[in-house]
Design a protein around this ligand. Structure first.
Ligand code: C2E
Ligand code: MG
Ligand code: MG
Ligand code: MG
Length: 285
């Protein structure tokens, strides 16, 4: 009796696995065509200066329009990594961000765009060339680009990572540590790597102002300040959280409280026009 039940259980399990595999292959196949079918697009979430309330930049976040449905990156980035298709897609993301920046610049908006960097992309020997090419193609100032790197990216080959970050800095772009606090526990790397900004992971912002999580967020702020780094809080959703962050001298925040990630023409409504002199100055650089 038990054997039979097990067998039936196994049959069910096997069918489930087969269905999963078929679904997985279907997604992989659609995904592999997504770039040439022009199904990727970027949405932008404002990054706000807490003191002035000004939108100083945006984070570019990838979306995939598949069969009329919008798929979030958490469902496909890992698949792109696995098939290495993340490389051409990342290249597209950088070009698209530069193209968008050029358009905003032409409208008189001098914002920064933060671009998320994937593991393979960071280790790709063409990464820096790809940035240079896009910057030149669209005639933008590389200081308007910020690259978001996770801690995990930096620990594999420290010397190479340090060298690569210095190359990015040499272009004039800035570097942020994304999801700070969730990765590697060693803080010594912060002295090693030429980093400009820490982005406090949403997990530590979520439960502010309950004591424990507040303590971690405020400690990260103190740490950033004492290292001379900027600090941005991710995922702020309430006035209470924002008040807490302001009280603890956090520089910037991102979150649904201000805005979800939105389309380029929607997000530009939040931008402040730069003075004509600033625009000219930037163009003549
Ligand atoms: P991330 O870089 O930490 O991006 C922040 C994520 O938090 C975004 O999700 C954003 O929509 C979400 N978020 C922002 N504010 C709030 C808030 O107040 N509440 C809540 N609940 N969520 C908030 P998204 O767009 O789904 O991206 C998820 C992750 O996918 C990103 O995390 C990043 O690791 C990755 N990703 C997104 N776009 C790209 C990309 O262009 N390239 C690469 N390599 N990875 C990307
Ligand atoms: Mg990010
Ligand atoms: Mg910068
Ligand atoms: Mg993050």
């Amino acid at each position: 009796f038990h054997a039979k039940e097990n067998q039936m259980g196994f049959a069910c399990y096997q069918r489930e696995m087969t269905e999963k595999l078929i679904e997985y292959r279907a997604v992989q196949e659609k995904l592999s065509l997504a770039l040439e079918h022009d199904e990727f697009f970027l949405v932008y979430q404002p990054q706000v200066n807490i003191q002035s309330g000004e939108v100083i930049g945006v984070e570019a976040l990838l979306r995939w329009r598949s069969d009329g449905e919008i798929v979030p990156p958490t469902r496909f980035i890992h698949l792109l990594e696995r098939s290495r298709e993340i490389l051409p897609v990342s290249n597209w993301i950088i070009r698209q961000s530069c193209r968008q920046l050029a358009e905003w610049n032409a409208q008189g908006y001098l914002v920064e765009v933060s671009v998320n960097v994937s593991v393979l992309q960071f280790n790709d020997p063409h990464f820096i060339t790809c940035i240079k090419n896009s910057v030149n193609e669209f005639g933008i100032d590389p200081r308007q680009l910020d690259f978001e790197i996770t801690e995990g990216l930096l620990i594999e080959n420290v010397d190479e990572a340090v060298a690569k970050l210095h190359e990015i800095k040499a272009l004039g772009s800035s570097i942020s540590i994304d999801d700070f606090g969730t990765g590697y526990s060693s803080l010594s790397y912060l002295r090693l790597f030429p980093v400009d900004r820490l982005k406090i992971d949403r997990a530590f912002v979520k439960d502010i102002p309950t004591a424990d999580d507040g303590v971690i967020a405020s400690s990260i702020i103190v740490l950033a300040k004492s290292l001379g780094l900027k600090v941005l809080a991710e995922g702020a959703e309430t006035q209470e959280q924002l008040d807490f962050l302001a009280r603890h001298d956090c520089d910037e925040y991102q979150g649904y409280f201000f805005s979800r990630p939105i389309a380029p023409d929607e997000v530009s409504a939040f931008f402040t026009k730069a003075s004509p002199q600033a625009v000219n100055h930037q163009r003549n650089d």
